[in-house]
Write a protein that binds this ligand. Sequence first.
Ligand code: C5P
Length: 253
Amino acid sequence: MARRKKIYEGKAKILYEGPEPGTIVQYFKDDATAFNAEKKDVIDGKGVLNNRLSEYFMNGLAQIGVPTHFIKSLNMREQLVRQAEIIPLEVIVRNYAAGTMSKRLGIDEGTQLPRPIVEYCYKDDSLGDPLVSEEHIAAFGWASQQDMDDILSLALRVNDFLSGVMFGVGIKLVDFKIEIGRVFEGDFQRLIVADEISPDSCRLWDIETGQKLDKDVFRRDLGSLTDAYTEVAKRLGVLPQSSTPITKPTLIN
Ligand code: C5P
């Protein structure tokens, strides 16, 4: 049997060479990490849920004309995506204060912000993904001014879409992170939403109870991460065919 070529293994995903040039197979692992991988665990079924949820959000974005890397679902843990040159920035959009913003500025978690605030972090684990300004981005050539205009517009469109979708199922979109990739079409380059959109990369709070339904459940030891993600998937009507994720090989007699 031919072994496929691994391109990259990250904390939560593995990328394999796709069947055609310009494509990649994105495999969602069950590994959970937080605080720059200082805290680690394996959460049975997380990869299956994130694969389906990311597919759901990326498909929705495509429907409203936001370009993404998603091509098609392959199986419970894998999706085929367009190969893109990832801009080395984490683009964070915040609607309510939480996490590092609350810590940095001393604002209570849950405080509604006067408008969505977009932040950029330089993607480098060894530096702990530091917050950077547009000045840094321009000076170090990570993205051009035109790119930055496009990135801001993409980030705000994703925010409007995700906020609306989540509001429809009784969930508040507190904040999220996306990554942006460049693809080349003839002489033109286009920016697209890449990586993943899942409860690993969003803060999602139940509107009624304030219950956290995202990776903070793992970061802050608040209970079962699988239950939280399953709740999000159930509300959106996005559950894998089998509701008990198959995580280990099973012998069938
Ligand atoms: O930790 P912080 O408050 O800066 O995170 C803001 C948002 O970005 C959260 O939804 C978090 O899950 C997401 N994020 C991420 N990957 C990172 C850092 C933050 O998905 N490396």
